[in-house]
Design a protein around this ligand. Structure first.
Ligand code: ATP
Ligand code: MG
Length: 362
């Protein structure tokens, strides 16, 4: 139906908008466009678009630079207005579940059920046993279902600047699912392994723990790169822009590199502590260990971060390469730039891979 139209993945983050366009050929995907443009501070605050007109203009500029005209767009949301929960319900068909999901979901959603878009994915069948005194054991067939609820106003808010930029929103996905999509495309279905996909952006750290390739636990925490920037601002008495530069190792202006590194390591310790609490909750409730942490997002570019997090989590931590299985023509894209920026484009790639007809999310 949409075959003739192009699809772009648009990752609208707090600090910047990332655009990825892929071409699907016989031998897999090839990168056509990959662009990034910063957003001024206060445009998006805690995941809420405060200045939609600024977002619209930045999208328009990105399209102009990338020479893209009409296309459909896949975006994503994350944060407090998103609920992803594994629930257990009596065994039924997918159609039956589609009919009853609103009733099932009501008890798990902290918002009015009429204000959310609901979706679900059946994960696996389970059985539970019950024994009343003096009676035989009765077995009940159940199933684990991944329930996804996103507030409608958040979807509308994400779509507005996209529409105003002259584009057509096709799917609003979730950051954590985009991470999963991108990982599976590049590295295959992680079987017999527990992986924690961690995307550290400016405002959010999105965590998706996959057991045998299926989401078992996911959460977004409001603590990420901006926290480092704010700490640098405070410690070295400077404005946001100067602190951002300092974080990237430029514009030291007399500040010692070692002091900057110490601040970064110390804030990463605090963020890791929050992530570790989540990991411990997971390990306690599932009695499974996490084998590897896969890192994406802008913070993955912090020098030495893999080593720091490997120590903080006591779990091997490595950086993602979202272009691992995507053809990138070195005549069009500078390989050094692509390698350096790769983790930043992870969610954009995950969104660009999505097409109608996949498991459609809200
Ligand atoms: N070279 C670098 N060194 C250190 N930090 C970096 C570097 N490049 C980017 N960052 C940091 O990464 C963060 C931006 O990452 P990203 O683009 O993934 O976030 P976002 O998608 O805009 O935000 P969010 O998803 O939280 O809304 C910023 O805090 C930025 O300072
Ligand atoms: Mg982001």
């Amino acid at each position: 139906m949409f075959g003739s139209r192009d699809v772009i993945g648009l990752d609208i983050g707090t600090s910047s908008i990332k655009l990825v366009r892929l071409k699907k050929g016989k031998k897999g995907f090839e990168l056509l466009n990959c662009g990034i443009m910063p957003l001024p501070p206060e445009t998006i605050v805690e995941g809420t678009i405060e200045k939609p007109e600024v977002v619209t203009n930045v999208i328009k500029n990105l399209l102009k630079i990338e020479k893209i005209k009409v296309c459909d767009v896949v975006t994503a949301v994350s944060g407090q207005s998103v609920v992803i929960k594994k629930i257990n319900v009596p065994k039924m068909t997918e159609d039956e579940l589609a009919e009853s999901i609103r009733v099932e979901a009501e008890q798990y959603i902290p918002f009015d059920i009429d204000d959310v878009n609901l979706d679900f994915q059946i994960i696996k069948e389970t059985t539970s046993e019950k024994k009343e005194e003096g009676e035989e054991v009765t077995k009940t067939a159940n199933m684990d279902v991944l329930l996804v609820a996103v507030r409608r106003d958040l979807i509308a808010e994400r779509n507005k600047p996209v529409i105003d930029a002259g584009l057509k929103p096709l799917i609003v996905d979730l950051d954590v699912f985009a991470m999963e999509n991108e990982y599976e495309h590049n590295y295959g279905f992680p079987q017999s392994e527990v992986l924690a996909l961690v995307n550290m952006g400016a405002t959010f750290t999105n965590v998706n723990i996959l057991v045998d390739g299926v989401t078992e636990f996911t959460r977004d925490i409001s603590s990420s790169g901006n926290r480092i920037t704010h700490e640098l601002q405070k410690n070295f008495n400077m404005d946001y822009d100067a602190a951002e530069k300092l974080k990237m190792g430029v514009g030291l202006n007399g500040v010692s590199e070692k002091d900057v590194a110490n601040t970064i390591v110390s804030v990463l310790g605090e963020i890791s502590h929050e992530i570790n609490k989540m990991f411990h909750d997971f390990i306690k409730s599932t009695e499974k260990n996490i084998n590897r942490v896969i890192l994406s997002g802008g913070c993955a570019r912090i020098s030495g971060i893999e080593k720091i997090l490997t120590e903080n989590f006591d779990i091997p931590t490595e950086k993602i390469n979202p272009f691992e299985k995507i053809k990138v023509n070195p005549k069009i894209f500078d390989p050094e730039y692509i390698q350096e920026m790769a983790p930043v484009f992870a969610i954009g790639v995950g969104l660009a891979i999505r097409r109608l007809g996949d498991k459609v999310k809200p």
